[in-house]
Design a protein around this ligand. Sequence first.
Ligand code: KG4
Ligand code: ZN
Length: 344
Amino acid sequence: MIVLGIDTSCDDTSAAVVADGRSVLSNVVHSQVRSHRPHGGVVPELASREHVKNIMPVVREALAGADLGTGDLDGIAVTVGPGLVGSLLVGLYYAKGLSCVRGIPMAAVNHLEGHILSIFLEDELPAFPFVCLAVSGGHSSLYHVSGYGRYALLGQTLDDAAGEAFDKVAKILGLGYPGGRVIEEMAREGRKDKIHFPRAFLSKDSLDFSFSGLKTAVALYIKKWRESREEQATVSIADIAASFQESVIDVLVKKSIKAREITGAPSMVVAGGVACNNHLRNCMTEAFSPLGVQVYFSRPEYCTDNGAMIALAGYHRLLHGEHADLSVDVRSKFPIQALAPLEE
Ligand code: KG4
Ligand code: ZN
């Protein structure tokens, strides 16, 4: 089954063609970073206008990259939420138009489900069940995943997402947008134990996250640092970046270990844009290998937003006979829906 996947949930216009939910024939991502950078973050109105401009060329490029035409498509998978409403609408209405005109079945996909399943685009696959740590600019969640469409939420952020904390701290440090990669690069030169920023573990067994206190602590420290020559002489911006990164990763790793312990799942998957972070990858692998637990990561282009993960998630919905009709609408908040069992 050949599926076109479309994602316009935030600031990337993405389209991909995937065969049988496994084989990526093309994966095109048009980043809007250059348009949003002068504003220090994503401007929703600007994002939707950019999607309108880019959706047709991006889909055309994805089809050309797969050497296919719309007549070859067996399905269209499109993100309907969660995300920015104005952005989601562009992808959804484009998909509805194509589905209607060409008579191609359409699947409405949850963006986070796409991130969770993105590992299945790789060659080395985890067996079910596994625990998934999904960390992006909009989410920090732990799920117990027992099959396609079978997700039990174990914990989630009560305020900021991990990627959002990276972006905000980078902004305060004047390192630009988006912040994750630049903080990681800066942190390589810094000492991670120079400042002990707070770690919010919440209650003892809680699998929820909270990063807003950390963000405030970093902001207050930077204010003090800027006013003190003495502090600046002993602590560098790289030290601040490394200490902040360490604090986020410490919490992500320890909560993941707890989630694994509670569920007894034999493997662990890390997904979402923050999973690009090499220090997180190393810390997760180091923490889990003594437990005999393998940690799986996608390649970076499947960690950040992409159409291939949406095509994959949509493929499984279409396979189960789940077709979205033209009344489907976008959802800014959207819990992942379970997949109905296959009819015999
Ligand atoms: O999954 P994604 O592309 O979009 C959302 O669904 O939000 O994730 C984007 C987020 C941004 O917050 C970005 O700063 C973060 O992922 N990110 C990173 C790194 N690369 C991207 N965070 C930490 N380290 C990185 N290397
Ligand atoms: Zn995402």
